[in-house]
Design a protein around this ligand. Sequence first.
Ligand code: NAP
Length: 257
Amino acid sequence: MKDVFSVEGKVTIVTGGGTGIGESIAKEFARRGAPVLIASRKAEHLEPVRDAIRKEGGKCEMTVCDVRVPEQCDTMVETAVKHFGRLDVLVNNHGASIAAPSLDLSANGWRAVIGINLDGVFFCAKAAARQFMKQGGGGSIINISSTAGVHGSPTMLPYGAAKAGVINLTVSHAGEWGSHGIRVNCIAPGPIDTEGAAPRVWPNPKVKEMVAKSRALGRFGRVEEISYPCLFLASEASSYVTGALLIVDGGDAPRMG
Ligand code: NAP
């Protein structure tokens, strides 16, 4: 019987694939037979993940790419095609933030956060969609937003605004590219325990406990709890899902007990 949940053979790019959630996504896809290209600014983040995936028997290549630069996003897609012959899935997982009140936030700080989180998603999606169309259509784009993009964030305003933009862009791209069979979906993670997020979002144990208690499930998410929904959205099991927002936050419901 065909496994509709399979990602075997699906060539997948994971931006920000050298750390945190992106590292987990790259590893989980590779474990299930997807050839993976991981991309970000720092080779020292990418190399250990590429080597670990290869050691486990998976297929992985890496490329240095700053998603704020459109030409580098085009080259990233070309690199995946050069190594693996095609592209099937793009996971726009890269992200960055600054915690600062509005009145202290410089124009450069604002632009940097919007540039990475929103411009970067647009540039990568455009490069991937062009390749999908060249191949005759099909393909899946998964944008990693944040619950800050749903509820806002009083301490990380440009991040919340950019992530809200990612949710909106997902719907627009789904409509624009649906006739080519390209599906575009979005995941909004809640608090996931990663080294990247910790210093900004839960700077001390007291805040960390408060954040955990604010979830219906009473705990932080694990990186693989974002990877598994990505596998679903990349696979044929989600063939009628596009323009969707999947909130993966341990439950924002009031907690009893
Ligand atoms: P992370 O480890 O800091 O991951 C961010 C990744 O983005 C890094 O690998 C970084 O690699 C890459 N990156 C940053 N700027 C880039 C640029 N200009 N070009 C290319 N790559 C760039 O944090 P994480 O927690 O795993 O976050 C992963 C994603 O989940 C992000 O989109 C984040 O906003 C989202 N998210 C996380 C949480 C959470 O609680 N952890 C909650 C909601 C949403 P380089 O430094 O090598 O460039």
